[in-house]
Ligand binder design. Structure first.
Ligand code: DUC
Ligand code: ZN
Ligand code: ZN
Length: 462
């Protein structure tokens, strides 16, 4: 059998298996997997390197207005190009319904921009901040194939109250949508912010003190109780503490369908980075904030036990000008929140966990590709290399390289990981059978990415 492209002699990672095999690709999908395939019109020699499904990043902010009114520096073009250079071939950004807006209008607008700009395939979550306005439109939005909704327990511009969240969860359950929750207790965050301001702690530590470990724990506990009450599948975004993971694990033991996400910054960055003047600390400021060594050790242990499902980037691309609107005099209350990370997500996790033998290569693939695809209802089209799946794959090199912002592709202007030595980088990245990134070549282009609709309802993970 002749293929369009054969990736030869890889160690192919799919599910729990690592196969010494070739991957035969035709018309953008995996056509065959096995030894001695071929020939191909084009061939790539993997030379015994791992061949993994392309990354699925289920949490990225692109072309979006934030909780503080900032527009992300990356749009769907720069963000998706950055993603694919880092081995991610599917992105799941947000269409954000700010108050008073129509969900369908913001969704159509975001879909249109993504169709024109994205170089890799994309799905969408919809952020709901105005339930009265969203309710009559949600069924139609679900019919368009969105993954699900995101709700916030905190942030004045975004938050819903408990009864609204219950109503969103009940509607999402009936429509087969995932409910992603930003779970930090609003009263605790607000009181912490007031305390920090009163104490004159206006730097990065003041921000971290207000987004405390207990605020996350209280938020996660509430989100789980609400999801159990509503009988909804729950996706906990950006979990930063092992205590919150333990609460989720308890919910899972009671039968709750809960997906736990953490992010590379919680695995690699230490809160001591916040003990600097705000102009130096700003690149490391996110919500929830980066924590201490005991949290990192606890998250690694939870990863090793399989209690964390997904490592997503929470790519939040804000420039230094957006982070520091008042320069060195900026108070933490004015700093745009979040870290960029879509391009380094795979190398960061591989370095932190696989190179150090905390996780196996199959664990790694589950965390960066298969599980996010399942949680978003995109599996097995995405997150798999089984015949019939989209031919999104990465030839993975185990070389060590030093992070240099100038080699990245986002529009942020810095990386919080500058100078880190990372082991494990994408060498060749193929999306729907097209070689988009290879040594010294870049075939990315605007508008080649396609919208991928949710295939399976939440709760049925393929
Ligand atoms: N929540 C996110 O999901 N991302 C960035 C900051 C935030 O608060
Ligand atoms: Zn969030
Ligand atoms: Zn986010």
């Amino acid at each position: 059998m002749r293929f369009d492209l054969v990736v030869r002699n890889g160690r192919v990672v799919d599910g729990d298996e690592v196969l010494e095999a070739d991957v035969g690709i035709s018309e953008g999908v995996v056509a065959a997997l096995g030894p001695g395939l071929g020939p191909g019109d084009a061939e790539i020699e993997a030379g015994g390197r791992y061949v993994i499904p392309g990354g699925v990043d289920s949490h990225v902010h692109l072309g979006q207005v934030s909780s503080m009114g900032d527009v992300t520096a990356d749009d769907f073009w720069t963000g998706s190009r950055s993603a694919v250079h880092g081995g991610t071939t599917t992105i799941v950004p947000f269409a954000a319904q700010h108050r008073g807006l129509s969900v369908l209008e913001v969704l159509h607008d975001a879909l249109e921009r993504a169709r024109q700009q994205a170089t890799v395939d994309f799905a969408f979550h919809v952020i709901i901040t105005d339930w009265a306005r969203a309710e009559p439109e949600l069924r139609q939005a679900a019919g368009l194939g969105i993954v699900g909704v995101k709700v916030y327990l905190t942030y004045d511009r975004l938050k819903l109250d408990g009864s609204q969240i219950l109503a969103v969860m009940a509607a999402a359950r009936d429509l087969g949508l995932t409910v992603m929750v930003h779970a930090e207790d609003d009263a605790m965050v607000t009181a912490g912010r007031e305390r920090a301001i009163a104490a004159g702690e206006l730097g990065a530590r003041g921000h971290a003190a207000s987004h405390s470990r207990s605020a996350e724990l209280a938020g996660v506990t509430a989100a789980i109780a609400l999801a159990e009450e509503a009988g909804t599948a729950l996706y906990l975004a950006h979990i930063s503490t092992p205590e919150a993971v333990a609460v989720a694990t308890g919910g899972r033991a009671r039968g709750l369908d809960v997906t736990v996400e953490t992010c590379p910054h919680y695995l690699l960055l230490d809160e001591s980075l916040l003990d600097q003047p705000i102009e130096t600390a700003a690149p490391f400021m996110s919500s929830p904030p980066v924590r201490g060594s005991s949290e990192r050790a606890g998250l690694l242990a939870a990863l090793a036990r399989g209690e964390i499902d997904i490592v997503a980037s929470d790519h939040s691309p804000y420039t230094m000008e957006q982070k520091l609107p008042d320069g060195a005099a900026t108070s933490f209350t004015r700093v745009a929140n979040g870290l960029p990370g879509v391009e380094l997500r795979l190398p960061l996790l591989y370095s932190a966990c696989v190179a150090s033998s905390v996780l196996s290569i199959t664990d790694f693939v589950r965390l960066i590709s298969t599980n996010p695809a399942k949680a978003c209802g995109l599996y097995p089209r995405k997150g798999s290399l089984a015949p019939g799946a989209d031919a999104d794959l990465v030839v993975w090199s185990e070389e060590a390289r030093t992070v240099d912002y100038d080699a990245l592709h986002d529009a942020v202007g810095y990386t919080p990981y500058e100078g880190m030595e990372l082991t494990g980088w994408p060498e060749v990245v193929i999306a729907r059978g097209e070689v988009l990134v290879a040594e010294g070549s870049d075939a990315t282009s605007r508008g080649r990415g396609k919208f991928v609709a949710r295939l399976a309802p939440a709760g049925e993970r393929g």
